[in-house]
Write a protein that binds this ligand. Sequence first.
Ligand SMILES: Nc1ncnc2c1ncn2[C@@H]1O[C@H](COP(=O)(O)OP(=O)(O)OP(=O)(O)O)[C@@H](O)[C@H]1O
Ligand SMILES: CC(C)(CO)[C@@H](O)C(=O)NCCC(=O)O
Ligand SMILES: [K+]
Length: 298
Amino acid sequence: MILAIDIGNTTVALGGIRDGRVCFVARMDTVRTRTAAEYRAEMDKIFAHRRHPERPMRFEGAVLTSVVPQITGALAECARHYTGKKPVIVSPDIRTGLTMGVDEPGSVGKDRLVDAAYAAANFPLPVVTVDLGTATTFNVVDEDRVFRGGVICPGLSTGLRALGERCAQLPQVHLGSPKSAIGTNTEKCMLSGSVMGTAVLIDGMVQRIEEELGRPATLVVTGGLAKYVTPLCRHPLTYDPELLMKGLALLYQLNAQQPQHHSAGGRHYGPQNQHGRARQRYPRKRTRCERADEARTG
Ligand SMILES: Nc1ncnc2c1ncn2[C@@H]1O[C@H](COP(=O)(O)OP(=O)(O)OP(=O)(O)O)[C@@H](O)[C@H]1O
Ligand SMILES: CC(C)(CO)[C@@H](O)C(=O)NCCC(=O)O
Ligand SMILES: [K+]
């Protein structure tokens, strides 16, 4: 099993991934002042809770993406503690299968890179990914696997919360699905604006993006809030709540140094071609050697 860590602005998601399948996801709060020891104490509890006496939880390696630089080091240290190895840390310098076609590749949110890399390897191109978290982000990968950039908007619950805080007559509302665009009370108006508004934003922005690309695009939507929004979208889409975790698994595969099993000494890299691209669009079959490795590590 590998440990995947997604450091977002609201939560740190921990994933256990085996054979590209997400076995569990647990969340911790993002607290920018927390130390490695504090996060480790919380992770110990999470893993102890999940551990089965017959099958102790063991991680053969870790992969980490972060959009909160203040705690990247602390969680990388935790990853190292649980695996005994340096984690793969997502950046444009690792193999992603993408060519960066933006002004400053290093400034692109690393979560955006993960979404884009996974979608580019698994869906028909061009592809647009939308991630509905603290922020709403869009990423565009064209038919040449060039990461072209995208869109950043306030997340829908971020916007909703801001309304409740900044407007004297607006309450804090619980998220839900609006039944109609026309709201008949304050709460329904706010839900229409944030939830249906996000669906319309997605449809409208994807239409503009397709115009700029000059062709239709595949749309893939993910993030904790996607379940409220995707039923209201009109553009055909794939909803994948595990996009980011599966993307982390892919980037681990492409970048982790695997010990060599058949000859002594030396290291070789995981599967990729010389262009650093995922070899196939769909998850490849594992080799016998990897299956054996999997059986050993449990
Ligand atoms: N039922 C809900 N009601 C209100 N807010 C929710 C609900 N479910 C999730 N959220 C909020 O949705 C946001 C997005 O969730 P998600 O798990 O995708 O992202 P996150 O990890 O919190 O965001 P980030 O990755 O930016 O940290 C978070 O701010 C979370 O607090
Ligand atoms: C937009 C967020 C906050 C979404 O998590 C993150 O991707 C980020 O901090 N991005 C950096 C700026 C950029 O992506 O261009
Ligand atoms: K997150």
